[in-house]
Design a protein around this ligand. Sequence first.
Ligand code: F6P
Length: 318
Amino acid sequence: MRTLLIVSGGDAPGINAALYRFAELAQRHGDEIVGAVGGVAGAVDGHLIDLRPDMLAPVKALGGSFLASSREPVLGNPLNRVRLIETISRQRIDRIIVFGGDGSLQHIPPILQEMGLACVGLPTTIDNDVPGTEETIGFDSACNTAHQVIDGLMATARALPGRVFSVETLGGHTGFLALEIAYTCGADAVIIPEFDYDAQWLADRLKQVAHERRAALLILSEGAAGSRTIVEDMQDKFDLRIRDTRLGHGQRGVSPTFRDRALAVRMVDTAFAALHDNIEVGTVVVQNGQVNLCEMLITNFVPRKPDAQLYAAINGLD
Ligand code: F6P
């Protein structure tokens, strides 16, 4: 069996561990694994490389992706679909595995299925917003990085009382990442794109907490409308001593935690078994804490929504 691995969209900590596991399993079972260099666009251009465990071993514990990714929606163009089919037959590919977040898995596997290509999706994104799965590869590492930064911020925050610390997380247009970080760090307020908030209420809450408990912590999701403006408003309009940190892509490119490595290994083992069971279409998901293969595309799952009760509890609105 010859399998093509494609990494699409934003990289996530744990992708290299997953690539390594695939190569290792393939070697053990006498399979062949090739990777597209440059995501789907690379596959369309026929830019593939053989993957062996010895080449991936040095990077398996690192963030980023050994296989360059791409966000280009090249399969929208019918000519590119023909070129992909040519690559697949020239390279004798039997199956495709797509690593990606919500955008990539909503878009690519359905087109591959339409083209008659067997494909399994693996959810890899720090955003944890993929429908049908409780967790995605990379989420734990991104939360862990945020915790480390926030621990440092709060130590200095308590040393010089009266200030508000704002931390902006990645997360795209969703707030799952920010919400989980806010809850587990014990933040005093969280603002995410899925819920509206009142600026005066936010300022009053932060002021009160900073006064009563030396410092207040606000977590912002980058996708919250004008997350930059929120900080500026708090500072200028509401006269808060606010110190602002953006975690940015430094939150994404970190080495994977044990949990992400373990998830990567389990998800790859499940995908590999599915390939050998001749599954034509599927997505690897975590359901009730267990890694399973669902024989469907993520487009068939109900979109995920952030927990409104958790949001209310963090913000003292319950
Ligand atoms: O992959 C998801 C994500 O990391 C989001 O959290 C973030 O908004 C986006 O990617 C950043 O994308 P880019 O790397 O293209 O700037």
